[in-house]
Design a protein around this ligand. Structure first.
Ligand SMILES: Cc1cc2nc3c(=O)[nH]c(=O)nc-3n(C[C@H](O)[C@H](O)[C@H](O)COP(=O)(O)OP(=O)(O)OC[C@H]3O[C@@H](n4cnc5c(N)ncnc54)[C@H](O)[C@@H]3O)c2cc1C
Length: 368
């Protein structure tokens, strides 16, 4: 029997989209070839950087909206599943060690304040006062008190559970091989376990999405950008907020650790943590916070960010009727997942979006 919607991929984007679709009364099946969240979503550092390192334009607005949605989502998931996603509003500190980055932060802070957002430009002394453990040669910095962090693994688990409890069927170990269509409209998804008929299909397959999207005009590619992260034992935790330095970030973790990351590597789908990647991250961490030099390395991991060659998400209706794409969130997929899920639910149920999506059109994807 056909379901209303098949979602391909049970990463954070797919499970949250499925949850919102089910809450609008649709029957939803999620196809996931592995485990929910096991790819980029669980590899993330969990930083909700809507204002720090912010892009300009409409994506900035989507990030702000999504950061707010995270607050409500965390409560909703706690109620529905009992799971705490570890949301903390500790802010993000960006440290400038070059005059050019200080100028960039100054411009960003001015612009954001002119829009009524909370943002502070800090002197070198104020950076030291805020984070006394930092040894970066700071010329100054920017502080965004509303930016936040969470536990991405807990979030991925909670959203998959909430989707299942809302009636979504999660079919794990099922690989989507290609779309089924009658030429003008999508009719389902072909898998190794047979065809799953559906009225609509949403491709949320992360870095693997372009393999499933049909050929349309344009020149944008979707592919993997590997990122590596290390977790370092730290008691007491030496930082109060997430810190972005010139060559990486540090995330204080409530369990008594600092996560240090990350690389951005274009090595195809080659998995793993490398000597070079880890060496760079550890050297960044100990030069930023010298007390971390003696810290035990608790673990390290890597994942594939869904990268696009124009660095914008792929979000919207495709040329094939009934087909939608929600991918390509690159470094901000955890931040942007809640608003993406709202957009997908709105598109599938009403055929339109109340937010401008022109820049993210799936028509940009290069033919395979
Ligand atoms: C090291 C690292 C750090 C990051 N840090 C942050 C951060 O701090 N903040 C932030 O906002 N973002 C961060 N990101 C980015 C963020 O993790 C991603 O943008 C986001 O998780 C993408 O979610 P997704 O659901 O689109 O993809 P994924 O989580 O990769 O999920 C896609 C799913 O689709 C499945 N799939 C693929 N093909 C098929 C198929 N054919 N059939 C069935 N299933 C299929 C996969 O198995 C996978 O489970 C980070 C990423 C990495 C790697």
């Amino acid at each position: 029997m056909a379901v209303d919607v098949v979602v391909i991929g049970a990463g954070l984007v797919g499970t949250l989209a499925a949850l919102r679709l089910a809450q609008r009364g649709l029957s939803v099946t999620v196809l996931e070839r592995g485990e929910p969240g096991a790819e980029a979503s669980c590899a993330a550092a969990g930083i909700l950087a809507a204002q720090a390192e912010a892009p300009t334009g409409a994506l900035f607005d989507l990030g702000l909206e999504s950061r707010d949605l995270h607050l409500r989502l965390a409560e909703e998931l706690k109620e529905r599943t009992g799971l705490d996603v570890g949301l903390r509003r500790g802010g993000i500190l960006e440290v400038a060690t070059e005059p050019s980055s200080l100028e960039r932060y100054r411009a960003a802070v001015d612009l954001q304040r002119s829009r009524g957002l909370e943002a502070e430009l800090l002197t070198a002394e104020a950076v030291r006062e805020r984070e006394p453990s930092l040894a970066l040669p700071a010329l100054g910095g920017a502080y965004f008190p509303r930016d936040a962090q969470l536990d991405p693994v807990a979030l991925a688990r909670a959203s998959a559970q909430a989707a299942a409890r809302a009636g979504v069927t999660l079919r794990l170990g099922v690989e989507a091989r290609r779309l089924a269509s009658d030429g003008s409209r999508v009719t389902g998804v072909e898998t190794q376990a047979g065809t799953v008929p559906a009225g609509a299909v949403v491709v949320c397959a992360g870095a693997w999405s372009s393999a499933l999207l049909p050929e349309v005009s344009g020149g944008v590619r979707v592919g993997p950008a590997r990122g590596q992260v290390a977790s370092l034992a730290a008691l007491p935790v030496p930082l109060g907020s997430v810190v972005f330095g010139p060559s990486g970030y540090l995330v204080p973790r409530p369990e008594g650790a600092v996560w240090a990351g990350s690389t951005v590597e274009f090595v195809g789908f080659e998995r793993g943590v490398t000597t070079q990647g880890l060496a760079g991250i550890l050297s960044m961490a100990q030069s930023a916070v010298p007390s971390l030099a003696g810290a035990r390395v608790l673990g390290s991991w890597s994942g594939f960010r869904p990268w696009t060659s124009d660095l914008l998400p792929v979000l919207g209706a495709c040329a094939l009727d009934g087909l939608y794409a929600a991918t390509g969130h690159f470094r901000s997929g955890i931040l942007l997942a809640p608003v993406t899920a709202e957009i997908v639910a709105e598109l599938v149920t009403t055929g339109r979006s109340s937010r401008p999506l022109g820049d993210y059109s799936p028509a940009r994807i290069a033919p395979r």
